[in-house]
Design a protein around this ligand. Structure first.
Ligand SMILES: NC(=O)c1ccc[n+]([C@@H]2O[C@H](COP(=O)([O-])OP(=O)(O)OC[C@H]3O[C@@H](n4cnc5c(N)ncnc54)[C@H](OP(=O)(O)O)[C@@H]3O)[C@@H](O)[C@H]2O)c1
Length: 262
């Protein structure tokens, strides 16, 4: 356990399932005192995350907010700073699911607009506001170390991938990654900003996918396997570790090494 997370507080957006839940639990195991578990609709999933945090001695704070709405973003920011006081780690993980559930039936344009609303506009407007507060916190309070913000991108966003998924997630996650880099340029040394860009990670879509995608996910990784949510959580812990004070403006592609022979 890293001592540097002790007495710190964190917010993980979209931590009612998948990668976000694993990040929240990893932060709790690393010693974070309080984690705000943010979600949109999956309340039982958020409660499950909260129970897992309590088991390792971390106090959860649950909050539902739709990041596509200005009201939702305002509520999240106000509640986070009210309930936690200072915030040391902010993870922008929430992202619209257009591959499973009811959204899977939408057409390309509807999916694209939904992703742009949630992942791009929602994330950018939310994190500009949060970043201002985290920088003020550094200047005005007893914080001796800069807070850290971590974004979640996608390893294939910049190189491109064939098909509808590539044409939706590519521009959406490339925008998130580009924004994070620009925010990092504006924030140092008062705030550290980094991005973890996952490859094929076995979450709900990966659990139920076809043999083709199973083979492709394994084959496109030099390590010959799907990534796990814990692989991503470990990288977020590294990026967010308050002791890593020289780490900012970086994008880590976490895909087991992209296999170009596949
Ligand atoms: N899985 C992969 O292979 C992979 C690869 C690259 C990048 N990513 C990115 O990693 C992040 C997590 O993905 P995941 O696979 O763990 O997905 P997930 O299990 O579907 O989790 C997504 C989270 O985002 C929340 N969310 C969705 N729409 C929202 C909205 N409008 N407002 C607020 N919160 C909202 C969900 O909340 P509710 O369910 O409570 O509504 C959920 O907590 C996403 O940004 C995704 O694009 C995933």
């Amino acid at each position: 356990m890293s001592k540097s997370f002790h007495t710190t507080k964190a917010v993980v957006t979209g931590s009612s399932s998948g990668i976000g839940r694993a990040i929240a639990i990893a932060l709790a195991k690393a010693g974070v005192e309080q984690v705000l578990v943010h979600y949109r609709a999956n309340e039982s999933g958020a409660v499950e995350t909260a129970d897992a945090l309590r088991e390792v001695g971390c106090e959860p704070v649950l909050l539902a907010a739709d990041l596509a709405s200005p009201e939702g973003r305002r509520t999240l920011v106000a509640s986070a700073f009210q309930s936690l006081g200072e915030v040391h780690t902010w993870v922008n993980n929430a992202g619209a699911d257009v591959l499973t559930g009811s959204s899977a039936g939408m057409d390309f344009e509807e999916k694209l607009r939904h992703l742009l609303d949630v992942d791009v506009t929602g994330t950018i407007l939310l994190s500009r506001n949060v970043a201002d507060r985290l920088m003020n916190q550094f200047e005005q309070t007893s914080c001796s170390l800069p807070a850290s913000m971590v974004f979640i991108g996608w390893d294939q966003a910049l190189e491109g991938m064939e098909g509808d998924a590539g044409q939706m997630f590519g521009p959406v996650k490339a925008a998130v990654m580009a924004f994070a880099n620009s925010l990092a340029q504006a924030s140092g040394p008062r705030l550290r900003v980094n991005t973890i860009a996952p490859g094929w990670i076995r979450t709900s879509w990966g659990e139920s996918t076809s043999d083709y995608w199973n083979d492709r996910a394994r084959g496109q990784s030099l390590m010959g396997r799907w990534g796990s949510v814990d692989d991503i959580a470990k990288a977020v812990i590294y990026a967010a570790d308050p002791a890593n004070t020289f780490l900012t403006a970086q994008t880590i592609l976490l895909n087991g090494g992209f296999n170009r022979r596949f």
